[in-house]
Design a binder for this molecule. Structure first.
Ligand code: ARG
Length: 460
């Protein structure tokens, strides 16, 4: 293994040690960014006359060739060939252009280089994740629109609480994912800062032009403090935190899809293409994608705790511990991207069982609050009304009668103010319609919310 160091060593590195410290098996993912960053750095060295124009041209040409070969899949990154992606690139460059390759590392260290690669990588991935979130929101929105009017039970404590529009339930997730998108947008600003030029930790004595490199690589700003730039990973931690919250949302949704597709609920049917069968029970159709999205939330939380723990006691500046930031980062990115994609597809293809949803709102006492509100409007205090309706519910339970089947005479025996109109009010449909407060579940409000959601997606 060719190394970027060794002059001061008398002995070779231990073989197990060599494997132990190597990061190439995973940081090879960063090859594109390492090359693009190196190209910009070489151009800057040339521009600032730190290397000659001729040297710059040879280095840039060599790096571009490697980039092309890497992109065309012509060059394989073999793990035992180098210690990390930075060494690998420099070795390859030396093979191509000879000793002048050694000038690329002037005014640069692997410490600012890795921070740069990671920021470039994450900027791209965060944009991808924002787009995937948008796709998911579109799927939710079009389902909410398509199924507008379907009534389902709303739950608290997983007990029937009050009837809702199905679309209202789906739009709740729309807004969760909107906030997730907002978190990603916000943290992007803090990733978008160029660390290169900080060198190992102290900056450099060469007359470099960091602004030039930033503009070449499309960074909005440059880091203020060299020590901070090479030693902090808060931009990754912020991403992992936002990802943990996003996965929590996806997981709750996944859980609902699992429940809703069970025989007991039977509210939805997931498309065959997102389910699997059982090796022993021929009748089974399992909601695997939804389960695995729920399950993979564990690793995303773990990745956050992993890196927080790695970082918590590190003295400034760079420490080799920080090499451990990459696997949790990459794993989180791929888990998020796969989960978001599958969730959108599952929503687009699932079938909604309108009859079962609406049937479930019958005889479930979910309009009992309407009765209480009715008496409050007649002048009772809410507590008095609540107590009285509790008695009516008990009466229904003892007489095995659904609330909506009570005769007006029965209701009147509990309170004289009940009038004929109450029978209408007790229906789930009218219970939904009366929830007309801003953000509520009435048809008009849900239509409004769908409209503003569309405007959000169109960026109005
Ligand atoms: N592979 C290292 C990492 O990922 C790159 C930086 C190495 N710097 C060093 N001084 N050993 O953190």
């Amino acid at each position: 293994m060719k190394k970027l160091w060794g002059g001061r060593f008398k002995k070779n590195i231990n073989e197990e040690m060599e494997k132990f410290i190597s990061s190439l098996s995973f940081d090879k993912k960063l090859v594109k960014y390492d090359l693009l960053g190196s190209i910009a750095h070489a151009q800057m060295l040339g521009k600032c006359k730190i290397i000659t124009k001729e040297e710059k041209n040879r280095i840039v040409e060599g790096l571009k060739q490697i980039l092309k070969e890497a992109q065309d899949g012509k060059v394989k990154i073999i793990t035992r060939e180098a210690e990390d992606i930075h060494s690998w690139v420099e070795n390859k460059l030396k093979e191509k252009i000879g000793a002048v390759a050694g000038k690329l590392h002037i005014a640069r260290s692997r410490n600012d280089q890795i921070a740069l690669d990671e920021r470039m990588y994450l900027k791209e991935e965060v944009l991808k994740i924002q787009n995937l979130l948008k796709d998911l929101q579109k799927s939710l929105l079009s389902s909410a629109q398509k199924h507008l009017g379907i009534i389902m039970p709303g739950y608290t404590h997983l007990q029937h609480a009050q009837p809702l529009l199905f679309s209202h339930h789906f739009m709740a997730y729309f807004y969760m994912f909107e906030r997730d998108k907002g978190r990603m947008q916000d943290l992007y600003k803090r990733i978008d800062v160029l660390p290169l030029g900080s060198a190992a930790l102290a900056g450099t004595s060469f007359p470099i032009d960091r602004e030039f490199v930033a503009s070449q690589l499309g960074f909005s700003g440059i880091s203020e403090n060299s020590l901070d730039a090479v030693s902090d990973r808060d931009f990754i931690l912020e991403f992992l935190s936002a990802s943990a919250i996003l996965m929590m949302h996806l997981s709750r949704f996944g859980e609902e899809l699992v429940l809703w597709s069970s025989k007991e609920f039977n509210f939805i049917e997931l498309d065959d293409s997102f389910c699997t069968g059982s090796s022993i029970m021929p009748q089974k159709k399992n909601p695997d994608a939804a389960e695995l999205i729920r399950g993979k939330t564990g690793r995303v939380y773990g990745n956050l705790i992993n890196l927080l723990t790695v970082m918590k006691a590190l003295p400034l500046a760079y420490n080799h511990d920080m090499q451990e930031d990459k696997e949790p980062l990459f794993d989180t990115v791929s888990t998020l991207e796969n989960s978001l994609f599958l969730m959108s597809k599952m929503i687009e293809t699932m079938r909604i069982n309108k009859e079962k949803m609406e049937k479930s709102t019958k005889g479930d006492f979910s309009t009992a609050t309407e009765l209480a509100d009715y008496l409050v409007k007649k002048g009772l205090s809410f507590r008095e009304a609540h107590k009285l309706i509790g008695k009516i519910v008990l009466y229904c339970l003892e007489n095995k009668k659904p609330l909506e089947d009570l005769a007006i005479s029965e209701l009147k025996s509990f309170h004289k103010d009940f009038k004929e109109e109450i029978l209408e009010i007790l229906k789930p449909q009218s219970a939904v319609e009366t929830k007309d407060s801003f953000g509520g579940t009435s048809l008009k409000r849900v239509e409004e919310s769908i409209k503003s959601a569309k405007e959000i997606l169109e960026g109005k």
